[in-house]
Design a protein around this ligand. Sequence first.
Ligand code: ADP
Ligand code: ZN
Length: 615
Amino acid sequence: MNDARVITDVPADAREVLKRVFGHDDFRHAQREIVADVLAGRDTFVLLPTGSGKSLCYQLPALLTPGLTVVVSPLIALMKNQVDALHAAGVAATFLNSSLDAAQASRRLEGLRQGRFQLLYVAPERLLLDGFLRELQSWNVSRFAIDEAHCISEWGHDFRPEYRRLAEVRERFPGIPVVALTATANAHVREDILSGLRMRDPRVHVASFNRPNLTYRVRGKERALGEIVSFVKSRPGESGIVYVQSRAGTERVAEALRAAGIAALPYHAGLEPQTRAKHQEAFVRDDVAVICATIAFGMGIDKSNVRFVIHYDVPKSLEGYYQETGRAGRDGLPAECVLFFSHGDIVKLESFLGEAATEAEAARGRAQLAEVKRYAYADGCRRAALLAYFGETFEAVPCGACDNCLEPRAERDATVPAQKLLSCLVRIREASGFDMGVTHAIDVLLGTENDKIWRMGHDRLSTFGIGTELDRRAWRHVAEELVRLGLIERDPARFNVASLTPAGRRTLAQRTPVVIREASPVAARAKAKRGTRGTAAAPVLAGDDESALFERLRRLRRELADERDVPAYVIFSDAVLREMARVVPRTLGQLRGISGVGDKKLAEFGERFLEVTGG
Ligand code: ADP
Ligand code: ZN
């Protein structure tokens, strides 16, 4: 790992080759250390954002090391470009993939046998052919470079099963070092790469994922099409991508833009290959300003002057969102990223997850959607929210380039409600001896009459019913803000039960003024929607069959999960809900009899589920 390392510098001839072959006067910061590690024969993991110069990290060492560097890449379309560029720089490089005819391939193989090349780009399917691996063993391979290494992980946005088999390559070439490179990685992906490629005592290079020239915004989706048209019209001559989930959607958006006099074309897998290539070409050459594309578009597009990336539909993961927005502003100039968000999109994507092959896959999908929601609802800096996904703490807030930092929402004094909520949490703890969720505290403040409150005697708390001046949604927002301000903390390991932080206790004791921000429009709308759904789930059950009941239970589960910002399965698994729908428990005792309902969940959720089953 990076700590306690001896800082190695690159040998002098590396600088010479950098200048002579690649034409660069100096290394970019990370490159120097990476090249030094690679040249030292270490397994090396390189995680740098797009455009930071990863290729050089294996290309340059390839020129300074005797033997062949084998570059594994899934992007067949890009191989030719890269090899052409290397040829232009005078480097002996070649590629093998399915785009070559037999005669071309055999000429290249002959050259490889004679050791005429320093770099070979190869698609993983090709590499893994048994005969090919055997032949490779006689070619004096000095290093493997695994490009787009995130393809090995199901957590990445572009999983390729063939990448899993690269472990076999390691076994065949035990002494040969590996460089793995990617611009994508949260912690899961990172682990998958390190373990999947059997990296030994690797050097790990991780750079910041912050893209300072990108501005991030989230808008409600109600008038998305009109907003997109006026956005594009206000930027004449600027180039941009509008990502749309469906093929028909790309056509519709392109049509709307053309109707407004903007040169726009659709791009999706349903188009004839020639049409698709023509549209892509027109965009790359700036013949059309805007391309309306499904997410298939962009991988392997090297267009540096993309000035905006708009998401008409909600992306499936923040990882994907980061990659797609990453195509904007590669020239380092300011560019805009706008996400049109609707809670309905999330619900739709969640329902698609029901079709996932395995529960693990569905769980992964839900976890990824929860991250997208977290980003869209963020009250604070978007950049900080996005980078948090990559495990990065972004502290330079306000960042000056996101909607929440540029147009901070109105602030207002909330000292009185804050005092009420904080003291309510304290009273609950005093009365019951343990912390409970924010929802329960709000029930107490609103003077809600329900079983849980009576059972626990919380209708006798001094804070019972003292908060009727705000509605439930307003209280939720106050609670979120107190979390953001560090006055309350929630414990995700225990159903998000809430407690006061030391700062919260001080604020309560000293009556410190508390200023909160208004809810963001996106979050306010979504919360309002959730609210109505909640009341619709009121128990009117006579005659309902099992599957209808199951649906209601699922809805309640989603609501509880949303309130706590956890994946639904954290509340109860599908199996538990199915059993509930079958047994239809009417009492806590009956509910307790269902496998998967432990005491803690019984106390936390029992009453709510009984409301649905009619207990
Ligand atoms: P990545 O693979 O990380 O997306 P590339 O390898 O395609 O990035 O490099 C991005 C751009 O940066 C290329 O145009 C490349 O020529 C340029 N570049 C790479 N290294 C340097 C350097 N040391 N100095 C200046 N430009 C560089
Ligand atoms: Zn910001």
